[in-house]
Design a binder for this molecule. Structure first.
Ligand code: 5GP
Ligand code: SF4
Ligand code: MG
Length: 460
């Protein structure tokens, strides 16, 4: 998961990109970067760390120009390394270009192999660089034509933003796996923005115009905005954007994430009611679904677990050792809420089960008499190849354990998951969804270990 941002024709382009990334920090905490364009030259700041730590006034002041793109990242393809920090940049014959990418290409390794055989030298091991290399070889003269040429060869998930000269270009893959939304900053002059999530627009005072259509490439320059369509495929927006990844104050393809989560919780309560005294969420990701559950069940909603917000999302920490430690760093129980109570605890998903196990233990130690775990999505049984760093199949607890076995493992009195129908009915009908991680029905076939090529140069 990553977050992207782009802004065209604004005197404070880099500052707004910085804010747009800050609002999307939840989509990736490993590194952040902004590249601005002054019309000819690109200016880059790219570093490991949180947005607030990567940028300061001095660095932002050096990002001159009226166009800027930015990225927050956590590793899916390629390693967690400085050379993979986005925006990636390249000098093409037609000019210097910068690109940001949310998603994962499923044929990046095969293309890289082919390009290397023909003499391409790669400077990162990110799948995104394949797009730049394909663009470098394209005979086309225009940026957008070179991009279309490159995209005709890649498969998988991509929401992209590019800049070159005074142009801003945005593209969403033909399936629309990842969100990408177009907006405007009100004012006299036309100032366009693009972002992964609408919450980025709210912070900078931009208005949502519309989401990019799957398979759409949008080009913005001084002469205005124009749109090119690639051959469409059946839409497969990642349903987990609604379950977990996106912020609840975001809308995707016009559908409110908050309302979807409330409805998921309500559906979960109808499907799996339980005699209980209190409903609590696993903050933050379970909060809205837990409210929906409590409301539908007529039970009190309390905060029985308190989150320390100064620790990133545990799952995103790349090392297992840190992750295990992270649960304790992040959450603490409130005995006053839990003592002697039959507790329903609502979370969005169980992946490995290790976090859930610790949470159940924590709730019991705080005095709960019963702990019933309710999950606002179906069991995750298959890995994701479209930009989410899920573990391998063998690490997914639901891939090899029944619901009762999961309950035993996490030491809960009961566990129940929302059904696939319950989930899909909860999300406003905006078309097709990818549900591969709980159905195994992959919209784009996958073969091989994409984007995980071995590193042959490590900077220390
Ligand atoms: P587990 O109990 O499986 O160790 O952890 C479950 C928690 O991981 C949930 O609270 C969920 O919010 C969180 N989580 C973090 N990253 C991801 C992700 O990429 N996918 C899913 N489905 N859940 C994630
Ligand atoms: Fe989303 Fe799962 Fe599909 Fe990946 S496999 S895009 S996480 S629904
Ligand atoms: Mg969570």
């Amino acid at each position: 998961m990553c977050g992207v941002f782009g802004i065209h024709n604004h005197p404070e382009a880099a500052n707004l990109a910085y804010l747009g990334l800050h609002a999307q920090q939840h989509r990736g905490q490993e590194s952040a970067g902004v590249v601005s364009s002054d019309g000819g030259t690109l200016h880059a700041v790219r570093k490991m760390g949180y947005v607030a730590d990567v940028f300061d006034e001095r660095r932002l002041a050096r990002l001159v120009g009226r166009t800027a793109i930015g990225h927050v990242r956590y590793t899916t393809a390629g390693g967690s390394l400085p050379k993979n920090i986005q925006p990636l940049t390249a000098e093409l014959r037609i000019g210097a270009v910068a690109i940001v990418h949310n998603g994962n290409l499923v044929n990046a390794d095969a293309l890289r192999e082919e390009l290397e055989t023909q003499g391409s030298i790669f400077s990162s091991n990110a799948d995104t660089e394949v797009i730049l290399q394909l663009m470098a070889r394209s005979p086309e003269r225009e940026l957008v034509d070179r991009l279309a040429h490159a995209l005709s060869r890649v498969r998988g998930a991509y929401s992209l933003v590019l800049t070159m000269g005074d142009q801003l270009v945005a593209a969403r893959d033909p399936h629309g796996f990842r969100p990408l939304v177009l907006g405007r900053v009100p004012g006299d002059e036309a100032c366009w923005v693009v972002a992964s999530e609408t919450c980025a627009f709210d912070l900078i005072g931009a208005e949502r115009v519309r989401d990019l259509e799957p398979g759409e490439i949008v080009r913005i320059d001084a002469s205005g905005i124009e749109s090119v369509k690639m051959a469409p495929s059946p839409r497969s927006l990642c349903v987990f954007e609604h379950v977990y990844f996106s912020r609840p104050d975001t809308t995707i393809d016009g559908a409110s994430v908050y309302e979807a989560r409330i409805e998921m919780g309500a559906a979960l309560s109808r499907e799996h009611p339980v005699e209980a005294d209190v409903v609590i969420p696993v903050p933050d990701s379970g909060v809205v679904a837990a409210m929906g559950y409590a409301r539908a069940a007529g039970l009190p909603f309390e905060m029985g677990l308190i989150r320390n917000h100064y620790v990133g999302r545990t799952f995103i920490e790349p090392k297992d050792s840190i992750r295990h430690f992270g649960v304790r760093l992040k959450l603490n129980a409130v005995p006053e809420v839990l003592r002697g109570k039959r507790v329903v605890v609502v979370d969005d998903s169980i992946v490995r089960g290790t976090t859930s196990r610790k949470i159940v233990k924590m709730i019991r130690e705080a005095g709960a008499s019963e702990v019933h775990v309710r999950i606002s999505s179906p069991p995750v049984t298959h890995p994701c190849y479209y930009g989410i760093d899920t573990p391998t199949r063998s690490e997914l607890i639901a891939a090899s354990h029944s619901v009762d076995e999961v309950a035993r493992y996490i030491t809960a009195d009961s566990v129940a998951y929302l059904t696939p129908e319950g989930l899909l009915n909860s999300v406003a009908d905006t078309g097709g969804f990818c549900t591969a991680c709980f159905t195994g029905a992959y919209p784009v076939p996958f073969s091989g270990a994409t984007g995980r090529r071995q590193l042959r140069l490590i900077e220390v």
